[in-house]
Design a protein around this ligand. Structure first.
Ligand code: MG
Ligand code: MG
Length: 265
């Protein structure tokens, strides 16, 4: 079942998505070498609750925390813990909230201190791949056009696309139909219509595309232990261009004022 949202519902989804963006900005202010991912999780949970919302990931299928924080070769679904981040790490922070009955979902990969150029390039290209996908997310195009655009940009730059995890519809449920793969054939799949709201979230690996699951039952890691990056926006399908409901603006403003970190462009 596909749910097409009314304009009123999209505005509520925007509020949820912007709260996610602002929560990630709070994380951005605090993220640096020496901070634990559990401390970042607490910052996020407090901020979400202070804004009259509920962390969407907490207790989702038993997930123990509010943020998924995945470091270096961890792809997604990392569990916050008491280990400190180190200079040179990259750190994907995925956040979801439920507010006024609708979910928002967005993710950003941060560089911690001085990160090597090769890894910064992976972050840059992954973020670009997300926007390449969003460019194709317009009414009349097909889902495969979005997927293909993401895959083509990542692979053209020598990276690989994770197959096991995909983007998704979002609304009154965190994960709705359709699935939004980050790989696919142009001109294939569902025809996109106005009112469809999807989370587009490329997970791009520096090395092989294969992933393994860690023993904690959640964390997904690259099979070759090379770095992986993840960027995600919640977007509404429109006729001329997609309406990006989440935002990286707050995050990137916070990152640039956090001298421990740098914005990647
Ligand atoms: Mg997410
Ligand atoms: Mg998502």
């Amino acid at each position: 079942m596909l749910y097409y949202k009314t304009q009123e519902e999209i505005e509520i989804l925007r509020e949820s998505s912007l709260l996610v963006a602002k929560t990630l900005a709070e994380v951005a202010k605090a993220i640096r070498p020496g901070v634990t991912t559990l401390a970042l999780d607490k910052i996020a949970e407090t901020f979400i609750r202070d804004n009259n919302a509920v962390p969407a990931f907490l207790n989702y299928n038993g997930f123990p925390n509010s943020l998924c924080i995945s470091v270096n070769s961890q792809v997604v679904h990392g569990i916050p813990n008491t280990k400190e981040l180190s200079d040179g790490d990259i750190c994907s922070v995925d956040c979801g909230v439920l507010k006024n009955g609708f979910y928002g979902d967005s993710a950003y990969t941060f560089s911690i201190g001085e990160v090597d150029d090769e890894t910064l390039q992976l972050l840059r290209v992954t973020k670009e791949s997300l926007y390449k996908g969003i460019e194709m997310a317009i009414a009349g195009n097909r889902l495969g056009d979005v997927s293909h655009a993401i895959q083509a940009h990542a692979e053209l730059n020598g990276y690989s696309v994770v197959r096991e995890l995909v983007g998704h519809g979002i609304g009154r449920h965190l994960h709705e139909k359709p699935e939004v793969p980050n790989y696919g054939k142009r001109g294939s799949g569902l025809v996109l219509r106005e009112g469809l709201v999807i989370a587009i979230e490329p997970m791009i690996n520096m090395g092989v595309k294969g992933v393994v699951h860690e023993k904690d039952g959640w964390t997904v890691r690259t099979a070759d232990n090379k770095p992986s990056a993840h960027f995600e926006h919640t977007v509404a399908i429109r006729k001329v261009s997609a309406d990006i409901l989440s935002s990286f603006e707050f995050i990137e403003k916070a990152v640039s004022s956090n001298i421990q970190n740098k914005v990647i462009n």
